[in-house]
Design a protein around this ligand. Structure first.
Ligand code: COA
Length: 317
């Protein structure tokens, strides 16, 4: 086996290996691989690498990240992530996965990482180990990783006129975000949801987002809640539509979303999800995914069922 650096000229091989191994559950598109595993500035090039066999064919890879961006959001640079680790089936049980993981971990440690998460990275694929890969979870446990919960992707199909109407409530309105309200919206996120959701919104605008992917809840003229909505026209491939090739209809996505802590408990949370769904439905979306959530009962009220589950894992170095 030979280890070579993580490099984009191998992208087609990476995607081919991924799809051969786990493509039936998580079909990877080249554009998505490029976006999440090559263009993200948090990729740690020293920790990520590719394994080749004697014929120069790719037989495995590991992709690791650490927060490196120069944006003032609340992200922790002592946390590292393993975005993905994969070894081709015929080459398993030969120590290749262990070698790749040890390589990634030791390089992350060298640059000051104190805790590693599996998935949950910036431009992640997974918020944990997919639940159906129990053997993978067991393998990581032998490497010192600890489970700390389960996250879910939920899904629902809509018929005909279902889910089309935006809720009406006294004193508040639901609209898609006007680009003129961008600064006010970012200020709202910074105040109420600092960190990852704010970071993702900043990236969305940097990539040319115009506001159509955010529904905002306004009381008077103040933004008090938000809900992200995504479809194939979004300026980047958003997390809730990553696995769109698995379904026949065009897939839409809802989330993240939140309501100002001072305004919770008045029905706004559920209503903003309904508003997000209605805007997607009016754009012709028939199937919607709500990704990376633990709030299964909350979304069940709107008819959502579990689609995929993920086990959260971390390791303190
Ligand atoms: C989740 C959140 C949006 C709910 O907002 P909210 O305005 O308080 O919710 P609502 O008032 O619309 O709640 C409607 C119903 O859902 C229930 N509910 C609210 N939060 C819930 C939760 N976390 N889990 C389960 N049920 C919940 C409420 O009890 C209420 O039930 P009732 O009709 O029987 O009284 C809000 O708590 C929030 O912003 N949290 C932080 C961000 C977050 O976690 N977002 C979701 C990420 S997937």
């Amino acid at each position: 086996m030979k280890i070579i650096p993580w490099q984009e000229n191998r992208i087609n091989d990476v995607v081919e290996l991924w799809n051969k191994e786990i493509g039936a559950d998580f079909p990877l598109r080249v554009e998505l691989c490029k976006q999440n595993s090559f263009e993200d500035s948090n990729i740690c090039l020293k920790s990520s690498c590719i394994a080749l066999n004697g014929q120069d064919e790719i037989i495995g890879f590991v992709i690791a990240k650490r927060w490196q961006e120069n944006i003032n959001v609340n992200m922790d640079d002592t946390r590292g992530w393993i975005q993905a680790l994969l070894v081709a089936k015929p080459y398993r049980q030969q120590g290749i996965g262990s070698t790749l993981l040890e390589h990634a971990e030791s390089q992350l440690k060298d640059i000051g990482v104190k805790q590693i998460l599996l998935g949950k990275d910036t431009y992640h694929y997974f918020p944990g180990i997919p639940k159906q890969y129990e053997d993978v979870a067991e393998w990581f446990e032998t490497k010192g990783y600890e489970n700390f919960g389960t996250e879910y992707d939920l899904i629902r199909h809509y018929d005909l006129e279902d889910g089309m109407s935006v809720p009406k409530m006294a004193e508040v309105e639901f609209t898609t975000l006007s680009i003129n309200d961008k600064e006010e919206f970012l200020t709202f996120l910074n105040r109420c949801f600092p960190g990852r959701w704010e970071y993702e919104a900043i990236h969305y605008f940097q990539k040319g987002g115009t506001g159509r992917e955010f529904v905002v809840l306004k009381k008077g003229r103040r933004i008090i809640g938000f809900c992200r909505i995504n479809d194939a026209k979004s300026p980047l491939i958003a997390q809730n539509v990553y696995w769109a090739p698995l379904v026949d209809e065009e897939l839409g996505g809802v989330g993240p979303l939140g309501v100002d802590a001072k305004e919770r408990g008045q029905g706004y949370g559920l209503a903003i999800v309904e508003a997000g769904i209605a805007f997607l439905r009016q754009r012709g979306i028939e199937r919607i995914v709500i990704d990376w959530t633990g709030l299964v009962d909350f979304y069940k009220r709107l008819g959502y069922d579990i689609w995929k589950g993920y086990l959260s894992y971390k390791k303190e170095l």
